[in-house]
Design a protein around this ligand. Structure first.
Ligand code: ZN
Length: 524
């Protein structure tokens, strides 16, 4: 039987990657992420998908594909698929007597546009990813909101009542079946992995070392460089040859050599097909992490005696390490939120080589952000870090002793601080990609101005010194990567400009297969 790849997201869009690989009996999904762009066409932070309707909102709005059998039974109302079984993309993946809709989902990394929609998937479907990806996802679910669309690791079982409302079944949490592609967790990490995140019981997660063999899955995996640790590139073996998937990659971060090693490994396999990201193909050159240190160091030195706020993505651990270094070099402490420390502890448990035990880093402190209630993990963490906690009064007394690792969402806490005028705000984050993000950036500028701080790294200021490094490779880097791997065919994904590849690969034999949503591409 021919091997096919069907893209249900990540087609002429950045994010929402969902690729179904089918080879006779074997069915694998590569990523199952949220299409934020399409989601924002209908929803914002106030208008949200209704968990009380189970699968209805995301399926009706085509945010997740109409694939019967793939999703959680507890979210599927009786007769649900009768409403959608005439949609062009509808398929019953449990037809022909199959007992599992797909055999496994491979997750490339823990950004929500790659793993978020796993929340809706049947909990028995095994999820393959790196230890770090699993532990970051766990930390996010643990420290984030409790909404239905963040149940990537454990699920809070629901049930429909007689009026068609989907509500809590008041049953223990149920763990998904995760398989770690880079080896089992250490005993300490396993204790955390198996523990319940709240006061409810957690049905113990399974870990089956022989799972790939049992499912008949042959794969290779390589760690790759991206703006979150644990990112992984995969190749899965099919009867047509190897099908490879980059996830999100770059070459200019601290682990750029991993991506180059991955290219070597993929080239040796002579893949039949390569699904390759192209987020920033329009960029010719990327700013490196080293340049951020060079550019930010004089700014922080010049702000001697004054407060420094550093704004960067919390999961961008490399950037956090950059600011830790800058703090140590300028005699300051980096104060982060409790959830950031929790995330770092999880990463360290999953892979101590990637990040040390945060407690061992003397420049790292936790900021006592004022909260009315604290969850179990947070109470324990604050207790442990009590002697390394920075309070608003500490910052008011000696603002020049600290770098606060904050973002727009923390800026109302600036109102607790007095005497910080003349300090600096380093925006070390990406530019606005849509109107909503542009409005957020305007809000940020208003806060910074109101508090008497000076903004650096404004992405709309052409003359601003660069203070952000992207998580994605430049166009020329991606072209040389694909030419080196030399797949028989390339499937451009996670880009708004899939046709860009035509001219770039015109001097090669690589065939370009441009995907359309829900239409299978034959690769053999
Ligand atoms: Zn990513």
């Amino acid at each position: 039987m021919a091997v096919s790849i069907t893209c249900y997201g990540g087609v002429s869009e950045i994010g929402g990657n969902k690729f179904l690989v089918e080879d006779d009996e074997l069915r694998l999904l590569l990523d199952f992420g949220i299409a934020f762009g399409r989601q924002q066409e209908y929803f914002n932070e106030f208008l949200r998908p209704r968990s009380t309707r189970g699968l209805l909102d995301p399926v009706a709005l085509e945010l997740i594909p109409p694939l019967e059998g793939l999703y959680r039974h507890d979210l599927t109302a009786p007769g649900f698929w009768e409403r959608f079984n005439n949609q062009p993309q509808y398929r019953n993946l449990l037809a022909d007597g199959r007992d599992r809709a797909v055999d496994a989902i491979f997750l490339s990394h823990a950004h929500l546009d790659h793993n978020g929609d796993v929340s809706y998937v049947d909990r028995d479907i095994p999820v393959f990813c790196s230890r770090v990806t699993a532990m970051i996802t766990r930390a996010l679910q643990c420290t984030g909101g409790t909404s239905l669309d963040r149940e990537m690791i454990w699920i809070n079982p629901r049930q429909f009542d007689n009026e068609g409302n989907c509500g809590s079944a008041r049953a223990p949490y149920e763990a998904r079946n995760y398989y770690f592609v880079d080896g089992p967790l250490s005993p300490d990490a396993a204790v955390l992995w198996q523990s319940s995140p709240g006061s409810k019981d957690l049905l113990a997660p399974r870990y089956e070392p022989d799972l790939p063999d049992r499912l008949g899955i042959t794969y290779r995996q390589w760690p790759v460089d991206h703006s979150i640790p644990g990112a992984t590139c995969y190749a899965v073996h099919t009867s047509a040859g190897w099908v490879a998937y980059t996830g999100d990659i770059r070459f200019h971060g601290c682990y750029g050599s991993n991506t180059r090693d991955c290219a070597d490994g993929l080239a040796d396999l002579h893949p039949e097909a390569l699904l390759c990201e192209g987020t920033h193909i329009e960029d010719d050159k990327q700013v490196s992490e080293g340049e951020i240190v060079e550019n930010a160091l004089p700014l922080i030195r010049n702000a001697s005696g004054k407060l420094v706020v550093a704004d960067f993505g919390a999961r961008n651990v490399e950037r956090l390490q950059t600011f830790l270094r800058l703090a140590a070099e300028t005699g300051r402490k980096l104060a982060v939120q409790p959830k950031d420390i929790y995330l770092l502890e999880c990463i360290s448990l999953a892979d101590p080589g990637l990040f040390p035990d945060p407690w061992q880093l003397p420049a790292l402190t936790v900021y006592a952000d004022p909260k009315a209630s604290q969850r179990i993990w947070e109470r324990a963490l604050r207790q442990k870090w009590i002697d390394r906690t920075v309070y608003p009064a500490d910052v008011c007394t000696m603002p020049g002793k600290y770098i606060l690792a904050w973002s727009l969402w923390d800026l109302n806490d600036l109102l607790d601080l007095q005497g910080i005028e003349g300090g600096i705000y380093i925006y070390s984050n990406s530019k606005a990609y849509d109107e909503e993000q542009a409005a957020d950036l305007d809000r940020l500028r208003n806060w910074v101005k109101k508090m008497g701080l000076v903004l650096y790294g404004d992405p709309d200021d052409k003359d601003a010194v660069p203070l952000h490094s992207s998580g994605h490779a430049s166009g020329p880097e991606l072209v040389s990567f694909v030419k080196q791997v030399n797949p028989r065919c390339l499937i451009p994904v996670h880009t708004e400009h899939p046709l860009w590849w035509q001219s770039q690969l015109a001097d090669t034999d690589i065939q370009i297969l441009n995907p359309e949503v829900g239409i299978p591409l034959q690769v053999s």
